[in-house]
Design a protein around this ligand. Structure first.
Ligand SMILES: [Zn+2]
Length: 281
């Protein structure tokens, strides 16, 4: 794919980014690592541990002091490069809490970086400064339970909570649809001027975009309720009806999102599960 891999881009003064070469059906062209600041920098979402990406980041840093290496969450396309980068720069790893799911069993999830080890965990509202400007942690659980966005100079670094190219995948057991919706609603009430997501282009109309995402999820929920209202259905059947023409590489992710909706509806007493069939309660 033709994309600006390993090149330093500068979306605005004080905010630069480098794209990692990890394109996939779930990451779009790859993970975008951001550099906040001018004379000193904070790194947001260092990305996958690919030597050429870490080299490109080191070049982009160009010897400037690194105040922190910050992670929005611990999926393997976001946090693993924090370790080689910390080794090369001496900067602390700061941001989301660690989260290790089991490697086998019902809570297994190979997409998590189990080796993530932060020097400092930021809770909601806690800050860190780069060049006397605050970077504020905004807790946004849902995509993962430990997800943070980072507010900086009127911009919001949204990680995977809001992406610029596709809707976010919310997969149980760690992903939670009710939390995700509440975190979207939280963003709706903020007044960020622009979003910089880890995947896809910047979002220059945040309010409108978040309202669109909330509406999309509510439509999806209605559709799932209608489908299980017609007859009891297993998840693959719901997926093939709700996502016609879906890219086969996304069937598992879509199944995860449908399950996330069903678990939320079950908690609200609207659906129930009998073996692998879901039906209205
Ligand atoms: Zn993620």
């Amino acid at each position: 794919m033709d994309a600006p891999y390993a090149k330093l881009e500068q979306p605005e003064a004080g905010i630069a980014r480098v794209l990692a070469h990890n394109p996939s059906a779930l990451t779009y062209y790859g993970t975008q690592t951001y550099l906040l600041g001018t004379d000193e920098v904070a790194i947001v979402d260092p990305g996958p541990d690919l030597p050429e990406h870490v080299d490109a980041l080191e070049q982009a840093i160009a010897g400037r002091p690194v105040v922190a290496i910050m992670c929005t969450h611990t999926h393997r396309d976001h946090s693993p490069a924090s370790r080689p980068l910390a080794e090369r720069t001496g900067a602390p790893i700061v941001g989301c809490a660690p989260l290790a799911l089991e490697t086998v069993g019902p809570r297994a999830d190979a997409s998590f970086d189990g080796d993530y080890a932060p020097d400092r965990i930021l809770s909601d509202g806690e800050t860190l400064e780069v060049e006397s400007k605050p970077i504020v942690a905004v807790a946004t659980p849902g995509h993962t339970s430990n997800h943070l966005c980072f507010a900086y100079d009127g911009a919001l670094l949204t990680g995977d909570h809001v992406m610029g190219w596709s809707t976010t995948v919310v997969v149980p057991p760690d992903g939670d649809m009710a939390s995700y919706m509440a975190s979207l609603d939280r963003l709706r009430k903020r007044e960020d001027r622009v979003y910089y997501p880890a995947h896809g282009p910047a979002v220059t109309n945040p309010q409108q975009y978040v309202r669109h995402l909330l509406g999309h999820r509510m439509q999806r929920e209605k559709q799932i309720l209608r489908l299980v209202g017609e007859k009891p259905r297993p998840i693959p059947d719901i997926v093939s009806n709700a996502y016609p023409g879906l890219d086969p590489r996304l069937v598992i992710a879509a199944g995860g999102s449908v399950l996330a909706h069903l678990l939320d509806l079950e908690r609200r007493g609207l659906v129930e599960q009998q073996q692998d069939l879901w039906t209205t309660a």
